[in-house]
Design a protein around this ligand. Structure first.
Ligand code: PAF
Length: 279
């Protein structure tokens, strides 16, 4: 049985013991409802670290929509069973009061890379992410933190965060894990109806096609417009954005010599999906 820790004191005692023996500690922060994408992060941490902690905490501070927070899937028993297959050494699943006790007033607030795209569509989201990630790093005493490319902007935010605040954690970005039809794995996918699930992979197909067209010399704007049109025709209710951005700063980029990323967010079947690919 993998120990499930509820308090920072328990987590610190366990991790502190490992660190005293010079063991390398990896942390995989999650909000639970685990799927193969999360497990791939845990497996990578398992391969690269002496000890692995997975955190399961649905962080209220990063939800700008209370309904989304309420509906966020929670499945701790199933998550623990999946993590036993990796296996990880400990699960940290604290109650909200342990992370944000009475009187909590501090927020890590970020500009720059945290402002556009998801930052614009979901005001306060990345401040919530930056605050909880800072806390999870501090609580776990981790040497390495594992994050997926699926949330590309989040990964860039966390990379900037550790640089700006001199947090001694090496941030490791890991490839997006996809279903066989291309849909990026996400905890939100379970909310799709069968019809929505059948259409959802069109997001990845449309941005892949746009990226190929851009690489072949087509105009960026035209390729993106076609991708949005394909998605709308397929039944996506709303295409929030499809943008070609500098892969690191997330600022608009028409410089093909710099690494660029195409990022998209769209609604199908009442579910908001995001995805991104290199261009
Ligand atoms: O990617 C997530 O699941 C969350 O944003 C994270 C990094 C666990 C912080 O709550």
């Amino acid at each position: 049985m993998i120990p499930i820790l509820r308090t920072v004191a328990e987590l610190r005692a366990l991790s502190g013991g490992w660190k005293a023996r010079n063991e390398v500690v990896g942390v995989v922060p999650t909000m639970g409802a685990l799927h193969d994408g999360h497990l791939s992060l845990a497996r990578r941490a398992r391969a690269e670290c002496d000890r692995v902690i997975t955190t399961i905490f649905v962080n209220p501070k990063q939800f700008n929509n209370p309904e989304d927070l309420k509906k966020y899937p929670r499945s701790e028993d199933a998550d623990a069973a999946l993590l036993a297959t990796v296996p990880v050494d400990a699960i940290f699943a604290p109650p909200v009061e342990e992370v944000y006790p009475d009187g909590f007033i501090t927020t890590v607030s970020m500009g720059g890379v945290a402002q556009p795209l998801e930052g614009h569509m979901r005001p306060g989201h990345f401040d919530g992410v930056a605050t909880v990630v800072t806390k999870l790093f501090g609580m776990s005493l981790a040497d390495r933190g594992y994050f997926g490319h699926k949330d590309w902007q989040q990964l860039q935010v966390v990379l900037r965060l550790v640089r700006d605040l001199n947090i001694p954690v090496q941030v490791v970005g890991c490839e997006t894990i996809r279903e066989p039809d291309g849909l990026a794995m996400s905890s939100r996918n379970v909310r799709l109806t069968a019809e929505g699930r059948a259409k959802a992979p069109i997001l990845y197909a449309a941005i892949t096609r746009a990226a190929e067209d851009i690489r072949a010399g087509h105009a960026d704007r035209m390729a993106i417009r076609e991708a949005a049109e394909t998605m709308r025709k397929a039944g996506f209710e709303r295409v929030e954005y499809i943008e070609l951005r500098d892969a690191e700063t997330l600022m608009p980029s028409d410089d093909p010599r710099r690494p660029r990323r195409m990022l998209a967010a769209a609604w199908i079947d009442g579910v908001r999906l995001i995805d991104n690919i290199p261009v």
